[in-house]
Design a protein around this ligand. Structure first.
Ligand SMILES: NC(=O)c1ccc[n+]([C@@H]2O[C@H](COP(=O)([O-])OP(=O)(O)OC[C@H]3O[C@@H](n4cnc5c(N)ncnc54)[C@H](OP(=O)(O)O)[C@@H]3O)[C@@H](O)[C@H]2O)c1
Length: 276
């Protein structure tokens, strides 16, 4: 497959670039971060985006944008430009060419009041980031065609260019909420999952097998990797100024039985990676 991967320098995109490149012909893009081998592209350069996307790829995976919740809250116009407008431009660039679009979306399209969410559940985002992801989904889904939205939850594991998740262990202490629940996905499981799912169209969920609090997730990673960081129990209400976040996000699918590995399996894989 000829794949264009937007956001290959990022946390999720970096893992996808590493893993998909082993099996496909992948062109990856970056913006501010210098990564040799990646093509520099600013999503706001509509001509550049159109030109690149129109180069006859089988698939364009969109993993770029403004993902930090606080940054999106502080600059909704930028979040709209990167997360929504880029999808409109991509759609018009590939219309009639046979190129399929795969948009990575987020569990933040939901408000976190349900035990778990399946694809048709009502979206009710609590923050600007979630609202832009909803709008981007709508752009893609309103277009006739075979395009695909894959909603993913919190992702954990090591990534080659931007190790944003593991950076939380760099300080002597890291706070983690005891009252925020997730079913996180292990990054190396994402590329094989997308390969299994990418012939589908519409919206699909890909979630992790295990449901844990943020505190349990961080503590178990710390213990498994024998990191010196102290994980400090926190509550969501301790940081009232930050953007509102859903309290419980568990993604399940009506269309397939694919789930990311449980934590023990993922952590054993991470430990093996640390030794090499
Ligand atoms: N991380 C998660 O746990 C998670 C959970 C659910 C969904 N997702 C989704 O996964 C995707 C990737 O998220 P992530 O966590 O990997 O984010 P990230 O680490 O912040 O990466 C964002 C990517 O977008 C690029 N980018 C930023 N501004 C750009 C611009 N103006 N023009 C072009 N590219 C630009 C970045 O390039 P540079 O770094 O080179 O500037 C980077 O490659 C997003 O769609 C997000 O909604 C992530």
């Amino acid at each position: 497959m000829r794949v264009l991967l937007l956001g290959a320098s990022g946390y999720v995109g970096g893992g996808l670039y590493r893993d998909l490149s082993a099996r496909h012909d992948v062109v990856g893009t970056r913006a501010a971060r210098c990564v040799p081998g990646l093509v520099r592209l600013d999503l706001r350069d509509e001509w550049g985006l159109r030109e690149l996307a129109g180069q006859g790829f089988d698939l364009v995976v969109h993993a770029a944008g403004l993902v930090d919740l606080a940054a999106a809250e502080a600059d909704p116009a930028l979040a709209q430009a990167l997360n929504v407008r880029s999808v409109e431009v991509l759609l018009s660039a590939v219309r009639g060419t046979g190129t399929k679009l795969l948009l990575l979306s987020s569990d933040n399209v939901f408000d976190g009041t349900r035990e778990f969410y399946v694809e048709p559940d009502l979206r009710a985002p609590l923050n600007v980031y979630g609202r832009t992801k909803c709008a981007a989904e709508d752009v893609l889904l309103e277009a006739a065609g075979e395009h695909l939205v894959v909603r993913i939850p919190l992702v954990y594991g090591r990534s080659p260019f931007s190790d944003r998740f593991m950076a939380r262990f760099a300080a002597p202490t890291t706070p983690a909420q005891v009252d925020v629940v997730c079913a996180p996905v292990y990054l190396p499981s994402l590329a094989p999952a997308l390969e299994r799912l990418w012939d589908a169209s519409g919206v699909l969920h890909y979630g992790g097998a295990e449901v844990v609090t943020r505190f349990a997730l961080m503590s178990r990673i710390r213990d498994a990797l024998r990191l010196p960081t102290r994980v400090i129990p926190a509550r969501a209400a301790d940081a009232p100024a930050t953007p509102r976040r859903p309290a419980r996000l568990v993604l399940r699918s009506l269309h397939h039985g694919l789930l990311g590995p449980d934590l023990e399996t993922a952590l054993a894989d991470m430990r093996r990676g640390e030794r090499h």
